[in-house]
Structure formats: structure tokens, C-alpha cells
Design a protein around this ligand. Sequence first.
Ligand code: PAF
Length: 281
Amino acid sequence: MVIFKSTQDIIEYISAEKGKGVKYGFVPTMGALHEGHLSLIARVRNEGQAVICSIFVNPTQFNDKKDLEKYPITTDADIELLVKAGCDVLFLPGVEEIYPGGEQQTRSYEFGYLDTILEGAKRPGHFKGVGQVVGRLLDIVQPDTLYLGQKDYQQCMVLTKLLELTGRDKMKLVICPTTREADGLAMSSRNRRLTEPQRIIAGVIYQCLVSIQTKQEGGSFAIVKKECEELLAAKGFATEYVALADARDLTLLDEYNREIPMVALIAAKIGEIRLIDNILL
Ligand code: PAF
């Protein structure tokens, strides 16, 4: 695996490799890698592309600076995992490489409705930061395909919009299924901050999503939502939302509508740790 810290160096390398006909699949990350990230890398390889991964903890997407300070940094372990997983190129830039003229100077994008609901409403400015960094990373890396995890469903929709806004119609976006622990907990870099008792109950979020999925037949979402909120509260979670939406554009729904593809989404905090997850219906 070749590692680049400099933007100029990676641009030159990728451009030379692409000149030889190499196709690249790109997996952007903030490090603290886990099985979920590795599954994206395996997917790129299975689809016959060379893998570029980036590790950059993007300050502009943290609306809560305490969250940024506590974000786990495990670069040496990440590099080991990436080598084992067969990653070809790692981009490991510092802030000055991504935001050379300062954060304000970097192009940012408007995501409209998507930025006003759910994660957008709870984390003001978050998607602006995600759009800013992924826009910049794509400019540098110029991959053929972008691989994202379904766990961040709204982020996937925001980045689909980013590709549209930036005229990247030729770039393919592959959304990969969420990787889960045995009890259903979605893998996330934040999970390593859970205490043992918190970890034991964290699987309840997935149980709630499964019950929303199961009860769609003949059930009322309003009732299931209330049951989920009560269960989460009983387990000690502070629930931010239990929502149902049109899976195509995230229009929020009050009730099940089996004529359209739906997605159920939950965000809840246990202690200081904020967890999100979703399921397609
Ligand atoms: O999902 C993430 O880890 C981040 O939001 C991303 C896409 C790497 C941008 O910083």
C-alpha cells in the first residue's frame, strides 16, 4: 500500500496510474476503522477496482467540538488493517492539505431539504461540512466509483446530491449494506466509546428498527414509534428521533405507505454517545 500525505503527490500518482488504465474505487473515512469499512474495501476489490482509502477527521462536519476532541484516532492500527484488507492507496492528509486557504475558502454546497431534517436538524452545519470535505476529496482523488455505507443513509443521499451538483454523472456511487454486530448493533467508530453496560443495551436500536419493519403489515407506525420511544427510554436512551421516510428522497411519513420504498431511521444517545441506524422497508 502506498501512503500519501501530500495532495500534489497523490494527484500525480493517481493521474499516472489512471493513464495506465487503472480504475479506482474510493472509500472515504475518518479512521478508527472497523469491519464496516473493511467490507467496503472488500466490495471495491470484488468489483475489480483498485482501492483508495482516505483517513481524515474532518473538523468542519463536527457541530459539537467536544465530539471532535473525543473522536478516536487509531492511525497505526488503521494502516495495519488497510494493508491486510488489500487497500492500494491511502490518502492521509493534514488539515492544511484539505483546506489550504482555510475552511472558509473551500467550496461548499447547498443540500436544501435534506439539510433541514433528521441529522440536518439535529446537527446544524454537519452536512455542509461533509459536502465540503467529500467535494474536495473527490477533486483530489478523481475516483471512478465512490463507496459509502448505508448506515449513514442521509449522508448517502446528501452525497448523491453532491455528485449531481458537481456534474459528476460518470462517477458511480455504490451504497453498501450496514455491517452489524451479533446483536444487530450497527458498526461505528463511536461504538468503541461505549462502556460495557452501554454496549450491552445498544442493540436495542436495531430491535426497534426490526419491529418497525415487521409491523408494517397491518400495523400503525404512530403506535410502533411510541413503543420504540418507550423501550429506548426504559433502557436509558435519550431518543432524538424515530422516523419513517420515503427511501427515495427522505420525505418524512406519518404512517406506513406500502406503495413506496420506505426507510426507518433512529438517532438516540446513550450517555454521551450518539448512535444512528436505519433499515429499509
Ligand atoms: O462517514 C464518514 O466517515 C464521513 O462523514 C466522511 C464521508 C468520511 C466524510 O468525512
